[in-house]
Ligand binder design. Structure first.
Ligand code: HEC
Length: 306
């Protein structure tokens, strides 16, 4: 018995070492840097993102209370985790591996960097290097912004503009990605659309997508090629979805509702069943009483005969 136990322990630890392979990040991704500084705002947004998206597995940084998975999700405060470069963290969070799911469609790039800002705040030795390419590799525009508007019933238009030689001009030939914020992450709407000579990219309205009671959707639009243009993201709320009022599951009479709101047939059968049980008890008591009376009578008869 003991030998089998030892064998199992050896097998489990062996498989762990075999599977704990290095996580290779492509060379061109390792040096990627955030284009904004990890200030208090970034850290506090990152903290909220970490709590909703990462804490369930990685635990609170520094507390070692990560989930018991194989391989274990490392504590972000641990030296091994912190020895990753910013680019490596970014790559690993976006792409994932095994149980560590990729967050590409759950966090946008700014949110990914904010999460990194938060985990870095637990490393006193960390000094951030901010990318000098704030506006990306493109040499033409700086301070690029996107405005999102409802062009008409059918289309939503993103208007991209930037500063070029001191003047604001349309940003042309940039791929634009439109997404809708859902409870868990982002849902892409249509394909990437390239801006025309007016800096416009038009998308078909997601009219069949349920929004608020007045059809309001939370949209997020961004330039896809971050290397070229830097992180350019705009959030907007537009009433372009399908008006939708969530029906409460406990509003009508239903099996799962409280006693007051149970279906009539359940209340009816319940009372019938209760009555039947009480009736049976009563019947048994009555029978007992009859037996008792009979016994008494015959007992008396016996006594008188003797
Ligand atoms: C479902 C559980 C789970 C969730 C949720 C999760 N992770 Fe992970 N994470 C893991 C596991 C497991 C590993 C180890 C993967 C491996 O080595 O193959 C890991 C590894 C990592 C690594 C690599 C560490 C290293 O040194 O190589 C980083 C970085 C990371 N996670 C960051 C995050 C961030 C940030 C979030 C939230 C946005 C997150 N994780 C959410 C389970 C999770």
């Amino acid at each position: 018995m003991k030998r089998i136990l030892y064998l199992i322990i050896i097998a489990v630890s062996l498989s762990n070492t075999l599977f704990a392979q290095d996580w290779i990040v492509p060379d061109n991704q390792k040096d990627r840097l955030a284009t904004f500084s990890f200030d208090e705002n970034a850290i506090s947004s990152g903290s909220a993102l970490y709590l909703t998206n990462c804490k369930s597995c990685h635990g609170m940084p520094g507390e070692g209370n990560f989930a018991p998975l194989v391989p274990p999700p490392p504590d972000p405060e641990a030296a091994g985790f912190q020895s990753n470069s910013d680019g490596e963290l970014y790559y690993k969070i976006r792409n994932g591996r095994g149980l560590m799911l990729g967050f590409q469609n759950i966090l946008n790039s700014r949110e990914t960097w904010e999460t990194i800002a938060y985990v870095r705040s637990f490393n006193p030795d960390y000094l951030q290097e901010v990318s000098t390419l704030t506006g990306g590799l493109n040499k033409r525009w700086t301070d690029i912004t996107i405005a999102l508007m409802e062009e008409n019933e059918e289309t939503i238009t993103a208007l991209v503009s930037g500063t070029e030689n001191g003047e604001i001009t349309p940003v042309t030939g940039a791929e634009v990605k439109l997404m809708v914020k859902r409870t868990f992450g982002y849902l892409p709407i249509g394909e990437l659309i390239i801006t025309d000579e007016l800096g416009k990219a038009s998308f078909i309205s997601p009219k069949d997508l349920p929004g608020d009671p007045d059809g309001t959707l939370e949209l997020s639009v961004q330039l896809y090629d971050e290397e070229q243009f830097g992180v350019v993201i705009t959030d907007a709320t537009l009433a372009v979805g399908m008006p939708f009022t969530a029906v409460s599951l406990t509003e009508k009479r239903a099996m799962w509702n409280s006693m007051n709101k149970a279906p009539y047939w359940i209340i009816f059968s319940y009372f019938i069943a209760v009555l039947a049980v009480w009736g049976l008890i009563f019947y048994v008591l009555l029978q007992l009483r009859t037996i008792f009376m009979l016994g008494k009578k015959h007992g008396n008869n016996l006594k008188t005969q003797m």
